[in-house]
Design a protein around this ligand. Structure first.
Ligand SMILES: NC(=O)c1ccc[n+]([C@@H]2O[C@H](COP(=O)([O-])OP(=O)(O)OC[C@H]3O[C@@H](n4cnc5c(N)ncnc54)[C@H](O)[C@@H]3O)[C@@H](O)[C@H]2O)c1
Length: 308
C-alpha cells in the first residue's frame, strides 16, 4: 500500500513517515523544506522513501506527482504553521494552507485516493473556548489568520466527501512535542525549554506561567494518524491528552529531569495568547479507538534524550 505525506520533512510528518515505512508501506514525501529539514528524512530515504522537493500550492506539479505515484492514502500536513508569520502575511499563509489544501484535494480526487487525512489544529481553532477540556462541538473562533486558514481548509476537506465521494478525516492536534520538534512550531515551548535546560541556561516564561496547554507526545500523534488512516470513519476529532498543564508545571517537571535543575525568570506576557487550552479527546476513542499513552514526564525525558 502506498502513502503520500505532504510536509513529511517536518517535525510531525517525518515521525509519521518512519512509522509508515516500518509498516512496510511505500512512502512518498512532498515538502518544500521551508521549515522542514532533509536530514529528518535521511533514514527514511535510506529505507526506500521517495522525497520530492516541491510546493503544495503548485497545483500542476501536485497533480503530476499524484498521477505518477498513485497513492492510496494521503496525509496532508504541509502548512504555513507559524502564528506570527500568519499575522504578518495572511495572504502567504492562505496561499499554502488554503490553496495548497485545495491543490492536494483536487489531485487526490482526480487520481482515486482511497483515504485522505488532514492535520489541523485544536489549539488555534477554539480560542478562549469557555469549556474545558474542549470538545469538537465548541464554537470555532480562530484568533489568528493561521487558525482561520486551517479552518477554511477543514471546510474544503469535509466538503469533498459529499461533493466528490472522497473519504476524508481531519485530526485537530493539541500542542505536540517530542523528537525533531523545532522551537518555532505550535508546541515549540517544549523544544525551547529542553535546549535551555541542557545548556544550563535560564528559561524565560512569558507572563505568570499559569497559562495552560495540552501537551501530547509525537508518537501518540503518529499512532492517531495511522488509526485514522486505517479507519473509514468520516469526520474530525481532537488529538490531545485532555490534561491541562501550566507552563510553570511544565518547567518544574523538566527541571526534575536535568541534573542541575532549570532556572526560570518571568518576562512580559505575549499579547493575543490564549489563557487555557486543553482538548477533549473522547471522540478519537469512539471513532477509531485512540487514546494517548505517553505521560508528560516520560515524553519529556525522551525529548531531552533526543536533544542531548
Ligand atoms: N506541532 C504542533 O504542535 C501542531 C499543532 C497543531 C497542528 N499542527 C499541524 O501539524 C502539521 C505539521 O506541523 P509541524 O509541527 O510538524 O510543523 P513543521 O513546520 O515541522 O512541518 C510543516 C512542514 O510543511 C512543509 N511545508 C510548508 N509549506 C509548504 C509548501 N508550500 N509546500 C510543501 N511543503 C511545505 C515544511 O517544510 C515542513 O516540513 C501542520 O499542518 C500544522 O498546522 C501542528
Amino acid at each position: 500500500m502506498s502513502a503520500l505525506v505532504t510536509g513529511g520533512a517536518g517535525f510531525v510528518g517525518s515521525n509519521l513517515v518512519d512509522a509508515l515505512l516500518s509498516r512496510g508501506m511505500k512512502v512518498t514525501v512532498l515538502d518544500d523544506l521551508s521549515t522542514g529539514r532533509e536530514v529528518n528524512l535521511d533514514s527514511a530515504v535510506a529505507a526506500g522513501a521517495e522525497f520530492v522537493h516541491g510546493d503544495v500550492a503548485d497545483s500542476t506539479a501536485v497533480r503530476d506527482l499524484f498521477e505518477r505515484v498513485r497513492p492510496r492514502v494521503v496525509f496532508h500536513l504541509a502548512a504555513q504553521a507559524q502564528v506570527n508569520d500568519s499575522v504578518n502575511d495572511p495572504a502567504a499563509d492562505a496561499r499554502v494552507n488554503v490553496l495548497g489544501t485545495i491543490a492536494v484535494l483536487e489531485a487526490a480526487r482526480a487520481t482515486g485516493v482511497e483515504r485522505f487525512i488532514y492535520v489541523s489544529t485544536g489549539g488555534a481553532m477554539y480560542g478562549e473556548a469557555g469549556v474545558y477540556p474542549t470538545p469538537e462541538t465548541a464554537l470555532i473562533r480562530p484568533e489568528s489568520p493561521y487558525g482561520a486558514s486551517k479552518f477554511a481548509a477543514e471546510s474544503y476537506v469535509s466538503m469533498y466527501v459529499e461533493l466528490h465521494g472522497l473519504s476524508t478525516y481531519t485530526v485537530r492536534l493539541a500542542n505536540v512535542y517530542g523528537p525533531r520538534q523545532v522551537p518555532h512550531s505550535e508546541g515549540g515551548v517544549v523544544a525551547i525549554f529542553c535546549e535551555r535546560a541542557l545548556a544550563g541556561h535560564t528559561a524565560q516564561i512569558n507572563g505568570d506561567g499559569e497559562q495552560t496547554r495540552d501537551f501530547v507526545e509525537v508518537s501518540d500523534v503518529v499512532a492517531a494518524l495511522l488509526l485514522a488512516g486505517d479507519s473509514s470513519v468520516i469526520g474530525s476529532c481532537n488529538i490531545g491528552r485532555g490534561e491541562e498543564t501550566s507552563i510553570n508545571e511544565l518547567v518544574k517537571t523538566l527541571g526534575t529531569l536535568v541534573p542541575d535543575g532549570l532556572e526560570i525568570k518571568y518576562g512580559p506576557s505575549r499579547g493575543g495568547e490564549v489563557r487555557r487550552s486543553v482538548l477533549d479527546p473522547a471522540k478519537a476513542f469512539d471513532d477509531f479507538g485512540w487514546r494517548a499513552e505517553v505521560a508528560l514526564h516520560e515524553g519529556l525525558s525522551k525529548t531531552l534524550d533526543h536533544f542531548r
